[in-house]
Design a protein around this ligand. Structure first.
Ligand code: LLP
Length: 382
């Protein structure tokens, strides 16, 4: 049975009650474990989404002057902003200092020199934490793993120690090992590493800040089964090996885990090709609206707005002039025809924020659902 529909082109659809439930779950865990949260703005920067996050008194993690400006315009106060990034320009650092943001995560000795020089020039006193590369391997997609020695992020702990020995204004550390991590063992490993680093700090160093990044994964295979990520497991794992006086200092930067499941991408089947050999559905959405599959080979669950007992395996592809513009093969779907609407699930994080201008395709709108989640989950595409 195909539902009646009005379709004016593809769109992102966000379930705001689900977003709120997710935010509430993250806050409940953060209160239980005493962690301060900073939402990673890179995951999704749509006003309606981030307003809900800001109103829940979560701070914000920015990685460019553009993001800092956006966060300020959206109502975050400067003191609730932390600023990271391996390639901050002088202008960006200057902008951040002039705004008097809460914390700069400094990634190298050279950057530290620039921060000090500009702080003096502008007569500001923004707090600085050093981003440490913990040299930890985690099991996630190699392109979203960040904490190994060869990655461009952060500095070796030995470099950080040299900075600390010569300067007194460092308040603590920032570490982030990667993204889409589902095995809590990796967060326990991070906890162990941090314990050993802290043990090597000079005795007179007063640790006031410890940001352990983001990285908690979501269930892309079966989103409905795990709509709310395991915030409790994550925060509990990170504390495993840390002494109690350090646990109190933990800050975190969740991105995907907050917004991933509340967003979907809706598109329409335009053509079916290779019906006999490799049925391929070509949609009016693709890598320009959701880059993750083309860029990382990421797999998103796809469903269709019609019920049918028979299913068939489809390759589902986008419309742009790239062979890699595909959501992958072997998607089990009922027999598709032109005009069917497909739902690409778990598109709330790194979807709209990574959209491309390629082929000069139109920017697609977002629709925000405000009724309760249970109604929404039953609902088909309008
Ligand atoms: N903190 C730092 C320093 C980060 O680099 C990141 C993500 C986060 C926090 C937030 O991580 P999350 O909680 O979202 O895992 N575009 C990729 C993900 C790139 C993540 C970059 N850094 C994707 O679509 O999978």
């Amino acid at each position: 049975m195909q539902t009646q529909r009005i379709y004016n082109g593809p769109y992102y659809r966000y379930d705001l009650p689900l977003l709120q439930r997710t935010i509430d779950a993250s806050l409940e865990a953060s209160k239980k474990y005493g962690c301060k949260l900073f939402y990673a703005l890179k995951a999704n920067n749509e006003s309606q989404i981030i307003n809900q996050i800001r109103q829940s008194e979560i701070g914000v993690d920015c990685v460019s002057a553009g993001e800092i400006e956006h966060a300020l315009n959206e109502g975050w106060s400067a003191s609730e902003i932390v600023f990271a990034g391996s390639g901050k320009t002088i202008r960006e650092i200057e902008y951040a200092l002039a705004q008097d943001i809460g914390m700069i995560h400094c990634e190298s000795a050279a950057e530290y020199g620039i921060i000090c020089e500009l702080s003096e020039k502008l007569d500001t006193n923004t707090q600085v934490a050093l981003r440490i590369n913990p040299d930890l391997k985690v099991e996630t997609h190699e392109k979203i793993s960040t904490g190994e020695k060869h990655h461009k992020f952060g500095m070796a702990f030995s470099e950080a120690l040299q900075i600390i020995e010569q300067n007194s204004n460092i308040v603590g550390f920032h570490l982030h090992v990667g993204s889409q991590i589902l095995d809590m063992q990796y967060f326990e490993d991070l906890s162990l590493t941090v314990r050993s680093l802290i043990a090597q700090l000079p005795e007179d160093f007063s640790l006031e800040y410890l940001n352990l990044g983001g990285g908690l994964g979501i269930d892309y295979t079966n989103p409905q089964r795990n709509l709310i990520p395991d915030f409790d497991g994550w925060m509990s794992a990170l504390r495993t090996h840390l002494p109690s006086n350090i646990i109190e200092l933990i800050s975190l930067e969740p991105g995907r885990s907050i917004v991933g499941q509340c967003g979907q991408l809706i598109g329409e089947v335009q053509y079916i090709k290779h019906e006999d050999s490799n049925p391929t559905a070509i949609l009016d959405i693709g890598m320009t609206e959701l880059l993750r599959p083309a860029l990382y080979g990421a797999r998103h669950k796809i469903t269709v707005n019609k019920d049918d007992l028979i299913s068939q395996k489809y390759t589902v592809s986008g419309p742009t002039c790239e062979s890699s513009d595909t959501f992958g093969n072997n998607h089990e779907l009922p027999p598709l025809e032109r005009g069917d609407l497909l739902i690409i699930h778990s598109a709330g994080a790194y979807g709209s924020s990574m959209r491309l201008n390629y082929n000069l395709r139109n920017v697609i709108p977002s629709q925000f659902i405000t009724e309760t989640v249970s109604t929404y989950l039953k609902q088909k595409v309008a």
